[in-house]
Design a protein around this ligand. Structure first.
Ligand code: UFG
Length: 342
């Protein structure tokens, strides 16, 4: 019998890649998604890649009654991977209540149903944003959690606290919180990938859309940081590598191999790349020029951050394997497919 995993937000960017890896590893998957920031086309992509169309239920996790019906109707549910959340940093500053309502209540409702129906474990999507600008690099899981720069970042911090308090209170619960660095790229088939709404905020979709001629010019936010070339540094992690980490985490929890009821892991490559390096690498591997210009710093940006991946490598038994070259090429192949560029 295959084990059934609920993936919330499973039609979205990281969710859809994780569903593919779960199916490949022999799990049954059911997705809940309200399609607020994704479409069912990702289900077509998942089906083309794996030959299996995952079960899909369209509703909002804020609808507790519907969620309770869902749990009642799936007594064989084995574990949960929770991606569903609002994720735009800038939007969260304009619409804090939306972010707190969506991101906190969806987790609260899930945990409520997990306790009532005695379903556990859960893997939670957290973010390196909780570390702010760390004093020491690379960042370990022990680094202090600094006051959040945005309501979005604050929801990730509060969700980790909600998980910790719930796990202390209810013996049935256990969880892994995965703190992502900067996820980029697409599935090598170019059948699933990131679909930003409107003009992208993140660097790589901006780069690919500029290369495709959809956007006129990439603005590089700042060349006066205390870094070798003056542009800001991040740890860019391939989305398929990230997806694989979720399968590893869910297996660890199901097998009871976790050393504590709530574990935290940083998911990155361990290597920092500057904005200018990333643009140069993109141009080299694709042979396509990216029209760009240096402008002032973007408000709220940190200077540099990259992960210490020792705990993920040694304790979780996971390592990022895709190079930045391959990952940028996959992002470009996905953009080309979206725009019908040969
Ligand atoms: N950048 C540009 N030009 C652009 C877009 C981005 O120069 O058009 C720069 C940014 O200034 C930054 C780097 O590229 O230095 C990466 O920016 P992203 O917006 O891609 O990513 P961030 O590191 O700002 O944010 C990401 C996620 C957040 C998450 C955060 C954690 O988008 O959800 O990482 O650090 F919270």
């Amino acid at each position: 019998m295959k084990e059934l995993i609920l993936v919330t937000g499973g039609t979205g960017y990281i969710g859809s890649h994780t569903v593919v890896e779960l199916i490949k590893e022999g799990f049954d998957v059911v997705i809940i998604d309200n399609l607020s920031n994704s479409t069912t086309e990702s289900l077509d992509g998942i089906e083309q890649i794996t030959g299996i169309r995952p079960d899909f239920e369209q509703f909002d996790l804020l609808d507790l009654q519907r969620l309770e019906q869902f749990f009642a109707s799936r007594p064989s549910l084995k574990a949960i991977i929770h991606f569903a959340a609002s994720k735009a940093v800038g939007e969260s500053v304009e619409k804090p209540l939306l972010y707190y309502r969506n991101n906190l209540n969806s987790l609260i409702n899930l945990l409520h149903c997990m306790v009532v129906h005695e379903v556990s474990p859960i893997v939670f999507s957290s973010s390196c944003t909780i570390y702010g600008q760390p004093r020491e690099l690379p960042v370990t899981e022990q680094a202090p959690i600094l006051p959040a720069e945005s309501p979005y970042g604050n929801t990730k911090q509060i969700c980790e606290e909600i998980l910790a308090d719930s796990i202390s209170a209810f013996n049935v619960l256990k969880a892994i919180s995965l703190r992502y660095f900067n996820p980029i790229g697409a599935h090598p088939s170019a059948l699933i990938g990131e679909l930003p709404r409107g003009v992208p905020n993140n660097l790589v979709p901006y780069v690919t859309q500029t290369a495709a001629g959809v956007l006129p010019e990439l603005k590089i936010y700042g060349n006066d940081y205390d870094t070798p070339d003056g542009s800001a540094i991040r740890d860019y992690i391939n989305v398929v590598d990230l997806a694989r980490a979720h399968v590893t985490a869910i297996r660890r929890l199901i097998a009871g191999k976790n050393s504590e009821p709530l574990e935290y892991f940083n998911l990155g490559t361990g290597k920092g790349t500057s904005v200018l390096e990333l643009v140069q690498t993109f141009e080299q591997v694709t042979g396509v020029k990216v029209n760009h210009r240096i402008v002032g710093r973007r408000a709220g940006d940190i200077e540099k951050v990259w992960a210490d991946t020792t705990k993920a490598n040694e304790t979780l038994g996971w390592k990022a394997i895709h190079s930045l070259d391959e990952t940028l090429l996959s992002a470009w192949n996905w953009e080309k497919r979206l725009r019908d560029i040969k």
